[in-house]
Design a protein around this ligand. Sequence first.
Ligand code: ZN
Length: 252
Amino acid sequence: MNTAVREWIRTSDSITVLTGAGISTDSGIPDYRGPQGVWTKDPDAEKLVRYDTYMADPEIRRRSWLARRDNPALLARPNAGHRALVDLERSGRLLGVITQNVDGLHVRAGNSPDKVMELHGTMFEVLCTDCDARTTLDETLARIAVGEDDPRCVACGGIQKTATVMFGQALDRRVLERAAIAAQVCDVFLAVGTSLQVEPAASLCGVALEAGAKLVVVNAGETPYDGAAHAVVREPIGEVLPALVDGLTPTG
Ligand code: ZN
């Protein structure tokens, strides 16, 4: 393990972590664009998460709900990488976890909900695209189980979707602002399991660098920020993160 990175973490009390699909693959959730990625194997599946096609085509919505029903994230459990970030929080060093994942595993692992910023929303809530009424994925899947294929809002009849950010949709501004602040005021910024190719998540690395933070990239593949990073770690996330937090004593 990179001893310099361990030392930066040990001596910091404000670490921000950005996570992508790579932290959840050990939980059995495939990533999107990797060799076994969902969209690599079935390029057509990307249509299910494009806002315009989803809103226009009831058949896409039907397939999208079935994909949610069969999504491995429903049964997934947090892994050693998620648990290491809980240990990081308990040690008093964690400013926040900014995640591109919609699988809810950081909170299920035990990170405080107020430390977790879900840039791309969550798949466990469902909202109405007309009146913004919220319900749960469980309730919606229960309606699908009894034969509805495109369950509409019970309040207004509007089209419903999971509370995730689809292609063609803007990110939640409040979440994005919190994430930018967390990048700006941290002294170590860890980018974990993300290829740093999707904006604006990737540019948070630039925000952190500009503000003087140490940037550490932990990812199996290359990223556009490898050259600018203070350290790049290629080893498996499920080994790297536990090793980084091992033996941390609480900060004073
Ligand atoms: Zn509604």
